[in-house]
Design a protein around this ligand. Sequence first.
Ligand code: PLP
Length: 483
Amino acid sequence: MDAEQLRENAHKMVDFIADYYKNIESFPVLSQVQPGYLHKLLPGSAPNQPESLQDVLDDVQTKILPGVTHWQSPDYFAYFSSNSSVAGFLGEMLSAGINMVGFSWITSPAATELEMIVLDWLAKLLKLPDDFLSTGQGGGVIQGTASEAALVVLLAARDKVLRTVGKDAIGKLVAYASDQTHSSLQKACQIGGIHPENCRLLKTDKSTEYALSPESLSAAISHDIAVGLIPFFLCGTVGTTSSTAVDPLPALGQITKSNEMWFHVDAAYAGSACICPEYRHYIDGIEEADSFNMNAHKWFLTNFDCSALWVKDRNALIQSLSTNPEFLRNKASEANLVVDYKDWQIPLGRRFRSLKLWMVLRLYGLENLQSYIRNHIALAKHFEELISQDPRFQVVAPRKFSLVCFCLLPPHDKEDCANILNADLLDAVNSTGKLFISHTKCLVLSGKYTLRFAVGAPLTEERHVNEALKVLQDKATSLLQTL
Ligand code: PLP
């Protein structure tokens, strides 16, 4: 790496990215290209001779950006957001600049120690119990995604119980969650060797606002024990993907405790809101959990990827995931003086991801982060109020955070075309390129094709919400006229 070459080119790149952000509203939010478009635009093999940065940037502008869906656009309201910020970006840049691989403490002591410190800071902002801090038997670790977090804790829980009941009992282990739980739990069960029929997704309905009912969990556990199975894991969710339902942690925690099960809490999206005192109650009961996860890259101004996972018993992770080949041996690890994060995750190599979270916490501070969350929730409430005033639409699930679930109602004599109507509305608004929303259907939400309007992009202002509503209303008018 030539320092002067870096200085010159990196300045050009920063200019390019700054211009991208300046003009971001001019791009169609959802990429409008067709599959295979890029193969037609780029050569079939790599160049023999070096090309100029300017030529590459020209290609980015004309060939790559049309195939990008602009997650940072203020008109992005799909799935859940994936935040970027100046602080998060600078942290990523610094991490790329230092470019170390911090799998063991010795491979970059600062990377391990900063991660421990920053996750302790964040745990304190969330008012997690002290058991989750690195000063006790637990601690935090940055995983790439919530899916990896679910996998590593499921493996830790599995091995913990198998140490007692014997490895041959793996076919009897049962994991529980609600039918609203993210599919990453099923994937974790698949990878973890849990029998597919033993991943119980318990039904939820309107009566519990789509949250897991403790009664149905207790009943399922009792039934499974009666037939000789071994309940070992519960994944509760705070802020489900489809409708941001919140499972009742205190009651669920009591059940897992009395059945000696591992209790994991997935707050991938909504965990960020719990830094605000008025939303912290959503994780009341977290004292009973064994692990807790939130994605700082979703709604906490930290560039992807940064999924924060805390466990109460770090040894449970280490016993499942540790390997100690000769080529990694070193005095600090042997003396048991340090944390080696390679033993808390699936891969060996790991990036210096704590830098960006540290930058976010330091450059913004708690009060700004709280205002950021509150502003998005206020914007979602604003959208909810506006769309509720239009009798053609219906809000179909209670809004708790910054997601509004709604649908367009068909005329009374055409009720059977409700799903098609809403799918058409989704296509119609997204193909304008003026906004991007997503849908869900897996829900019990009366089995309806449901539209999701998730506020969470850092640049979104009230005018973007108002404009999005107008596009939705205009397209709804056109579609209803064709019926
Ligand atoms: N859990 C919840 C509640 C989610 O909403 C999501 C994604 O939206 C995930 C887990 C999976 O996240 P990741 O992409 O970080 O694995």
